[in-house]
Every structure is written in structure tokens, then in C-alpha cells.
Write a protein that binds this ligand. Structure first.
Ligand SMILES: C[S@@+](CC[C@H](N)C(=O)[O-])C[C@H]1O[C@@H](n2cnc3c(N)ncnc32)[C@H](O)[C@@H]1O
Length: 248
């Protein structure tokens, strides 16, 4: 199944719950990360783009940090609607339904964007390494001089084996979510999401799969620099995600 269909048919309905249920709280945590990584101090004229924004924790954080315009791009209308609701008293926020690969050339003049973020594994939702290279080239063209790109993502190159491939995600009295990983090729892993929801008749299973890219963090750095950006920060965070910042 493709990524957009996976979110439409399963994950969008559970995504905010999966992150703990309170996107404002996630936005507060993400703001701390954005500021720690030096993406703060915008002016009212500053423009930020959040590629694969989902319900918008980073979009909300960037608006609260003072960016004058923050565009959240996503293929899931359900998640964009959640973001629009959360952002109703944040006039800086715009939502854009569409593919993150096309968004920058379609909406931003060359050199007009101050910050691009693509966070929490969204980069790994792209179809292949050619798509990653295309995105990086388009980001490099859209950034203003001194503009910054922030990527956060997992290193999925190390294979988990046996029962370690089954990962608990979240559970409460009404819902249980697990995922199981199948390592298909050196470049991709199939993520099988399994969600049980409690109904009047008992527990009901919902399941769907989608591919994620496996990119070694150091390979990503080489690709970012090949696109003409300079990597200024590259390290794993305490939650196991890598953060890579590049400047124009
Ligand atoms: C793991 S979620 C991350 C959402 C958000 N950035 C966060 O930190 O919670 C990935 C998001 O990217 C979106 N997405 C995946 N591929 C996309 C594409 N090609 N174009 C636009 N959005 C995409 C999904 O719909 C989903 O909302």
C-alpha cells in the first residue's frame, strides 16, 4: 500500500493519539528542539515550511516562535484539518494539501524561504533515494541565503531480528497499537501497523502496511552536501531520532 493510502485508511485516525494525544504538548517539546538547534529568532517577515506536517506540532511551534508565515504541507486532509483547528488563533499558519516533493517549487520563489523542516521520519516516507535527492535540490533552491533545513529521522539501517521486530507503540483502555517490521531490501523496510480498538462487540483489529526508507545518517549528510547545502549539526537525540541541520 502507498503512504497516502496508509494514512487515509488507518494511521491518520490514530496519529495524534499515537503521539500521546496532546499535539499542543508535542508542539511545546518540538519548539524546545527547534530553538536548541538554532532555528529561533525569526522576524515577522520570516517564512517557514513544514513538509509532512501531519497535525502540525512543528507548524504550531514555528508560529509560536514568531515566523510570520508557516506553511504546513501534507497529503492527509484529515491531519491538515486537525492542524487547521489547532491553528485557528495563529494567523501565521497556512495549510497546503499536496505532495511535499512538489510544494516548494509550486509555492515559493527561489531563495524566499527562511526555514524548511521535515521531521519525525517524514523524509523516510519518500519512495526512494532519487526522491530524497530531488527534495534536497528543491529545498536548496527555495532557501534564502543563510536559510536552514532541519530533518529528524530514525536510522533504520540496522535490522531488528526475531521478536524484536514487533514494537509496542502505545496502549490505553480503548486502543492498542503495535508495529511489526519486515526488512524487504537494503533500501526499504515494510512497517506493518496493527491497531486494536475496543467496540461494544469486543476488540476490533485494523491493519495496514507501508514502506519506509533505510538511509544511513552519514549517507544522508553526503547527499545534503551534494545538493549544495552545508551541514551544521548532525547528531542523535535522546529519543533515538537523528537531527540534521543544513544551511544554505
Ligand atoms: C510521521 S508523520 C510526521 C508528522 C509531523 N511532522 C510530526 O512530527 O508529527 C509523516 C507525515 O508526512 C505525511 N506525508 C508522507 N509522505 C508525504 C508526501 N509525499 N507529501 C506530503 N506529505 C506526506 C503523512 O501524511 C504524515 O502526516
Amino acid at each position: 500500500m502507498g503512504v497516502a493510502a496508509h494514512y487515509r485508511d488507518l494511521l491518520a485516525s490514530h496519529y495524534s493519539w499515537m503521539l500521546g494525544g496532546d499535539i499542543e504538548q508535542v508542539a511545546t517539546q518540538d519548539r524546545q528542539l527547534l530553538e536548541k538547534l538554532g532555528l529561533g529568532a525569526p522576524s515577522a517577515a520570516s517564512v517557514a515550511v513544514d513538509l509532512g506536517c501531519g497535525p502540525g506540532p512543528q507548524t504550531l511551534a514555528l508560529a509560536d516562535m514568531g515566523f510570520g508565515t508557516v506553511v504546513g504541507v501534507d497529503t492527509s486532509q484529515e491531519l491538515l484539518d486537525e492542524l487547521a483547528h489547532l491553528a485557528r488563533s495563529r494567523p501565521a499558519v497556512r495549510t497546503r494539501h499536496g505532495d511535499l516533493l512538489d510544494a516548494l517549487p509550486e509555492m515559493a520563489a527561489r531563495g524566499s524561504v527562511d526555514v524548511v523542516v521535515c521531521m519525525r521520519d517524514t523524509l523516510l516516507h519518500l519512495s526512494d533515494l532519487d526522491a530524497v535527492d530531488l527534495l534536497l535540490t528543491r529545498v536548496a533552491s527555495s532557501l534564502a541565503t543563510g536559510g536552514k533545513l532541519l530533518l529528524t529521522y530514525r536510522d533504520l539501517t540496522q535490522e531488528l531480528a526475531g521478536t524484536d521486530r514487533f514494537l509496542p507503540v502505545r496502549s490505553d483502555d480503548e486502543r492498542i497499537m503495535l508495529c511489526a517490521l519486515d526488512y524487504d531490501t537494503p533500501e526499504t523496510v515494510t512497517v506493518n501497523d496493527l491497531v486494536y480498538t475496543r467496540t461494544a462487540e469486543g476488540w476490533e483489529l485494523h491493519k495496514s502496511s507501508y514502506p519506509k526508507l533505510r538511509i544511513a545518517p552519514d549517507t544522508l549528510v553526503q547527499r545534503i552536501e551534494a545538493a549544495g547545502l552545508t551541514v551544521t549539526h548532525h547528531a542523535p537525540e535522546s529519543n533515538g531520532m537523528w537531527s540534521t541541520v543544513a544551511a544554505s
